[in-house]
Design a binder for this molecule. Structure first.
Ligand code: NAI
Length: 302
């Protein structure tokens, strides 16, 4: 029989099982979205206490989503929570948790050595077809991939906080990422009901590469005494259509996170030095423990 639909190769990269490393803010969000969209997800962290935190983050988020989707239908709200958690298992055993994985998404602490160590372990434990991805915001994907023997199956999969709400995923390819791996990740992103964009493995990819220098320049503008933070926020919201002003956004992202990214880029030397010059008010706020929304105070008080 001649079948005119059989021209494309069989899908070698069918993704069924996803293993997410880290059950913090990002890992929990990625786990939730994958599980909500029908994937079997294993969420991994160092111990049960962290996994419980991840579980609580997902539970709280699903409650909010459920109330929005099914306003007066408590049965449906409960069903959303139950059906999502039915797709999630948790583990503290890194090697075991990737034995049946088709895709790994790493969202652990932002430390190169820690990530390399994890991937070196996973490289030995995971099947050959398993695609490895990192959700890192500030580390070069190729540096992390170096710890494995599968650079062609390694890419960045960069989600945004809060994951259930934010529609974008940056799919980051290194010089060694294969076309097949890239295509599979674009497909997955769409199945998670997110919008993929393609980007090379450069500092900040697209969003942070543009956003971080902008946030720093807003701080410098205030340091120079040209305007106050409230007026800068108002200006960018009403004059440039931004949903948050730069100071609100900095506080939301976390001033320590912002400083960490800027310091890392400066040391990395791959970005124009003027763009990542230290900013005094940022360094002072972080040193004082005023990290933004999460600590109750940053540029504004919460
Ligand atoms: P987080 O601190 O909330 O969570 C990290 C989790 O990883 C913790 O629960 C920790 O116990 C766990 N962990 C550490 N080492 C581990 C290991 N070896 N195996 C398993 N679990 C381990 O951090 P967050 O904010 O979720 O960030 C995670 C990653 O996502 C970082 O690489 C960060 O750059 C990236 N990212 C963060 C965004 C944000 O807005 N917070 C946005 C986009 C990316």
């Amino acid at each position: 029989h001649h079948n005119c639909f059989s021209t494309s190769a069989p899908t070698q990269n069918a993704i069924n099982n996803i293993t997410v490393f880290g059950s913090g803010l990002m890992g929990a969000g990625i786990t939730q979205v994958a599980a909500q969209n029908g994937y079997k997800v294993t969420m991994v962290d160092l111990d049960e206490q962290y996994l419980q935190k991840g579980h609580d983050i997902i539970n709280a988020s699903l409650k909010r989503v459920g109330k929005k989707l099914y306003i007066d239908d408590e049965a449906k709200q409960k069903e959303l929570i139950d059906s999502t958690f039915a797709n999630i298992t948790t583990s503290t055993d890194s090697s075991k948790s990737v034995e049946a994985a088709d895709l790994v998404v790493e969202a652990i602490v932002e430390n190169l050595e820690t990530k390399q160590k994890l991937f070196s372990t996973l490289d030995k434990a995971a099947p050959g077809h398993t695609i490895f991805t990192s959700n890192t915001s500030s580390l070069p994907i190729s540096d992390i991939a170096q710890a494995t023997t599968r650079p062609e199956k390694f890419a960045g999969l960069h989600f945004f906080n809060p994951v259930p709400q934010m529609k974008l995923v940056e799919v980051v390819r290194t010089d060694k990422t294969s076309q097949e791996t890239f295509d599979t990740l674009v497909e997955i992103t769409k199945k998670l009901k997110k919008e993929p964009v393609a980007c090379k493995d450069t500092p900040g990819f697209i969003v942070n590469r543009l956003l971080v220098p902008y946030l720093l320049e807003a701080m410098r503008l205030v340091e120079r005494g040209e305007a106050n933070p409230q007026d800068v926020d108002t200006a960018m919201k009403l004059g440039a259509g931004m949903p948050m002003g730069p100071f609100e956004l900095g506080d939301f992202v976390g001033l320590d996170t912002l400083k960490f990214i800027v310091d890392g880029w400066r040391k990395g030397g791959k970005i124009d030095a003027n763009l990542v010059e230290p900013v005094k008010i940022l360094d002072e706020l972080v040193a004082a423990g005023h990290l933004g929304k999460k600590s109750g105070k940053g540029f504004k008080s919460y």
